[in-house]
Design a protein. Structure first.
Length: 534
């Protein structure tokens, strides 16, 4: 049957290498991966292997944002990992190159590599280039914030449409230090992606050569029998967390790195993230909280430059990489573009601590994640404004019913309750557009996009659907968020309210949504669905 596909005896005598692609027409993040897959296969053949390509699903976060479709996003991470695992096991492949692009394809491909533990690597399709709006570089973040500005009467609908038309100019994943670029950086710091290859933007003329190089590298991994279990170590995860904190990366990285660590059998807890972030300064001036984009970071010196700054400050540990060298050897090759302003010296850091922190308290006994980049607020007390869905809160924001000082609570959006733990970029973008992001707090058992700005707290656990404290809060309850104390509390005794609470009926009773809701763990554990034997 393999000969029927065109393979010869000579082909079948060589190692069979899976090219696990996430190509789709449905999002710019991945629409160019079909062509990159061909280049990966060229590299594999040139290095003595036989490539076998297959595809899996993609759910675009940016396109599904604010809709029912967003419930599918996090669930797709598990489906991507499952489908790649099954395809590679079924084809008995000797190695894997996994091509990723949109947010969930990156952790999904890495989770599959960890499960399979055959020689392999992850290659990121690359960032989109910035759009140009009246001489100003823009990203999808600007569009979501413009929706709020339009509702507030600060810009017209025609101006919003004009921005929408140019914000995303072509192939590549969303252009700031949002979830895709954050996780691509994490892949290089983990060592499961060759250093420097993920940096190259999607439409850069260097990208086809990068893809060929990935195909050549996987053949060396097969020859050396270098497996992900030797790469994905505790030191590698600490390095990745350090880089995420130092670049004020997406809070989704916490969820995804915890899930990947479980697949790799590496113990990792929320407290590890908090401890590392507390001692790691923000040294990259990247959107959403800063000025520059991922393409600017590539021109400045890329992930290597960030890593060198951290290494020189004694913040990294050596670990093995699929590039064939240790991380420290890779870091020493960093080249800094003269005059670049994207990556600062540690002595001139934007903040003495990283872009997130872990909170606990009467509202989140299992933990929650607060985003700290792009603002200086560290404490807030205000009355709760409670919403049982993202849509209800967004509608209230658009009706301009939110007041300065409010603590917005969006619940029943957790892993089980959503299901799928939707991101709240529509709400945070609208708040920014109405200039409320500096005066309100948003709490949710859902997630936040890497493009979200403001004083926001996500991953509140236990979630509302399982009776967590967030389910018992009522309008007007005083809520206090104190970052320095690592606390998030409500000044009301919630215990008497437990007797009157009943879990809402599941939104889905059949199909993948119901299956996921029944199997998924707490966000505090990475929202994973599979038991992992250490």
């Amino acid at each position: 049957m393999l000969k029927a596909t065109g393979l010869t005896d000579a082909d079948l005598e060589r190692p069979l290498i899976a090219v696990a692609n996430t190509w789709t027409d449905a999002t710019p993040c991945n629409m160019h991966l079909r062509a990159l897959g061909e280049k990966v296969k060229e590299g594999i053949r040139a290095a003595g292997g036989t490539p076998i390509e297959f595809n899996t699903i993609v759910v675009s976060d940016g396109i599904s944002m604010g809709t029912e479709g967003m419930r599918a996003s996090l669930i797709s991470r598990e489906v991507i990992a499952d489908s790649i695992e099954l395809a590679v096991r079924g084809a008995l492949c000797d190695g894997v190159v996994a091509l990723s692009g949109c947010d969930k394809t990156i952790p999904g491909t890495m989770m599959a590599l960890a499960r399979l533990d055959v020689p392999g690597l992850m290659l990121y399709g690359g960032t989109i280039m910035p759009g140009d709006f009246r001489g100003k570089p823009v990203t999808i973040q600007d569009v979501f914030e413009a929706v709020g500005a339009c509702a507030a009467g600060r810009i017209s609908e025609s101006e919003l449409r004009a921005l929408e038309d140019v914000a995303c100019p072509g192939a590549g994943a969303c252009g700031g230090q949002y979830t895709a670029n954050t996780m691509a950086m994490a892949g290089e710091m983990l060592g499961i992606s060759p250093m420097g290859l993920n940096d190259v933007p999607a439409v850069d003329p260097r990208k086809p050569g990068v893809a060929m190089r990935a195909g050549e590298i996987v053949m060396r991994l097969v020859t050396e029998d270098l497996r992900p279990s030797r790469v994905l170590t505790r030191a590698a995860f600490e390095n990745a967390i350090t880089a995420v904190a130092a670049t004020a990366g997406s809070t989704n990285a916490i969820l995804h790195l915890m899930a990947l660590a479980k697949e790799a059998g590496v113990p990792l807890a929320l407290e590890d993230f908090d401890a590392i972030a507390a001692r790691t300064p923000i040294i990259a001036d990247l959107k959403p909280g800063g000025r520059f984009m991922a393409a600017d970071l590539d021109r400045a010196g890329g992930v290597r430059l960030v890593a060198r700054r951290l290494y020189e400050a004694g913040m990294l540990k050596d670990s093995l990489t699929v590039g064939g060298r240790g991380l420290i050897a890779e870091v020493k090759d960093a080249r800094e573009t003269p005059g670049q302003q994207v990556v600062r010296p540690v002595a001139e850091a934007l903040s003495p601590s990283g872009g997130f922190a872990i909170l606990r308290g009467s509202l989140a006994p299992e933990g929650a994640v607060v985003k700290l980049a792009g603002h200086s607020r560290r404490r807030h007390t205000g009355p709760a404004r409670v919403f049982d869905s993202e849509e209800a809160c967004f509608a209230a924001v658009q009706r301009r019913e939110i007041k300065a000082g409010d603590v917005l609570i969006i619940r029943y959006e957790g892993p089980k309750g959503g299901p799928g733990m939707r991101e709240m970029l529509s709400v945070t973008g609208a708040l920014v557009g109405q200039k409320l992001d500096d005066s309100v707090v948003l709490l949710t058992d859902g997630r936040f996009s890497g493009a979200s700005k403001g004083f926001v707290v996500g991953h509140v656990s236990p979630e509302a659907q399982v009776g967590g404290p967030i389910a018992l809060v009522r309008d007007g309850d005083p809520v206090t968020l104190d970052v320095e104390a690592r606390r998030i509390d409500v000044a009301v005794d919630l215990e008497p309210r437990k007797a009157g609470w009943k879990a809402p009926a599941p939104r889905f009773k059949t199909g993948v949504m119901a299956k996921y809701a029944a199997a998924v763990s707490s966000a505090a554990e990475g929202a994973v669905t599979l038991p992992v034997v250490a």
